[in-house]
Ligand binder design. Structure first.
Ligand SMILES: C[S@@+](CC[C@H](N)C(=O)[O-])C[C@H]1O[C@@H](n2cnc3c(N)ncnc32)[C@H](O)[C@@H]1O
Length: 363
């Protein structure tokens, strides 16, 4: 299936957004409020009305209606945190015993040799049922692809994902025996690509557990069939897939996590499962909000192997939100932990970049 990218953003004059106060988005560990009954799903959600700036006030152009295009072509939407936000604690998602269940009610599509679930169908299914996170209804009612602390955009596939997939192919990136993290994975196509190219382990992280359960996991399952080890399509996924149709070794290489970044790194580092640092961290469209840079930076520095590399894909600037490549690089420079290098520039409409990051001091 071919996707159309009609991406064009005009600089928005008179951005009405308030500047975010330093304390407004301070990450607040929710560990203290963990449910003793065992559920780790907690977040003091801020009302959507208070936290969303409507999309039309931030995106100069939206290529296609929200409901019909799984690929998000517009910068995420800024949030006005009038209240202090607290963020979701991290949890690991179990891989279901019966893979066929994961693909139930899903319609699959394919792009660049990988399967992914049709997001409109998932949204429709989710909006008909009641779900704890309720991110689809919240996203629809607020006309927003992003509600800070509530929904961070993972239901859609953002265009820089494809930039990074292209770059990884062009650069003939080697995944064999590498441990890989798809950070802020959404659909998880980057991690799936690494898996198909024989990575040793692939971990997927998204802010929202609904995204992991309804999008990421089904996408991984759909791509864990025999053949197509180089990222090519193997056989069409079917709801009839049973365990035997899958390569158990492929699925067992994967782990899935939801939750806020600082919470996620804490879970990995203090959890009871052994954890070895990542050789590669792949991340697309995750630097739109400067208020998250500190958590993002610290998470990467805690989880990346000392000789590891991060490949980060981003638009030059996220109008209305304030983040983007240059401000992020400046932040990184000030922290003085990583060096960055631009490895690819995609100069179509709003410029997009692929940035490589590595520790300044490695082995
Ligand atoms: C715009 S979406 C991009 C999704 C996907 N990488 C893509 O390119 O299609 C940003 C992703 O970053 C993650 N994210 C953003 N802020 C986060 C935070 N503070 N903590 C954890 N995850 C966050 C969310 O999981 C979300 O899916």
């Amino acid at each position: 299936m071919a996707f159309q990218f009609n991406f064009s953003i005009e600089e928005k004059a008179g951005n009405e957004l308030e500047t975010l106060g330093d304390t407004a988005l301070q990450l607040e560990s929710a560990q203290a409020s963990l449910n003793p009954g065992g559920s780790t799903e907690k977040s003091k959600e801020i009302s959507s009305e208070e936290n969303v700036v409507h999309k039309e006030s931030l995106c100069a152009h939206e290529a296609t209606p929200k409901t019909s295009d799984p690929v998000a072509n517009c910068s995420p939407v800024q949030v006005l945190p009038k209240k202090r936000a607290s963020f979701k604690v991290a949890k690991e998602h179990n891989i279901p015993e019966d893979f066929s269940k994961v693909l139930e009610n899903k319609v699959m599509e394919a792009v660049q040799g990988l399967y992914y679930v049709n997001i409109s169908v998932v949204e429709m299914t989710l909006s008909n049922d009641s779900h704890e996170e309720d991110i689809v209804s919240k996203s629809i009612s607020s006309h927003s692809d992003l509600i800070t602390g509530i929904y961070e955009g993972g239901l859609k596939i953002w265009e820089c994902t494809f930039d990074l997939m292209d770059y990884l192919s062009e650069a003939e990136m080697q995944f064999i025996n590498k441990t890989v993290l798809d950070l802020g994975c959404g659909a998880g196509l980057l991690g799936i690509l690494a898996l198909k190219r024989k990575a040793k382990k692939v971990h997927f992280q998204d802010y929202n557990h609904t995204v992991i359960d309804e999008i990421t996991l089904p996408n991984v399952v759909a791509n864990c069939t025999d053949g197509g080890g180089d990222g090519g399509i193997s056989e069409p996924p079917s709801k009839k897939h049973k365990k035997a149709d899958f390569i158990p070794a492929l699925m067992s290489k994967c782990r899935f996590f939801s939750g806020e970044w600082a919470e996620f790194s804490q879970l990995l580092l203090s959890g009871n499962k052994p954890f070895s640092k990542y050789d590669l961290i792949l991340t697309s469209e995750t630097i739109y909000n400067p208020d998250y840079y500190s958590a993002l930076h610290d998470t990467i520095s805690k989880l990346l192997d000392k000789n590891g590399r991060v490949y980060l894909a981003s638009k030059a600037h996220y109008f209305g939100v304030g983040g983007g490549v240059h401000i992020f690089e400046k932040f990184i420079e000030e922290r003085n932990v990583f060096r960055t290098r631009t490895v690819k520039v995609i100069d179509e409409g709003l410029t997009r970049y692929i940035i490589e990051m590595a520790f300044k001091i490695s082995s």
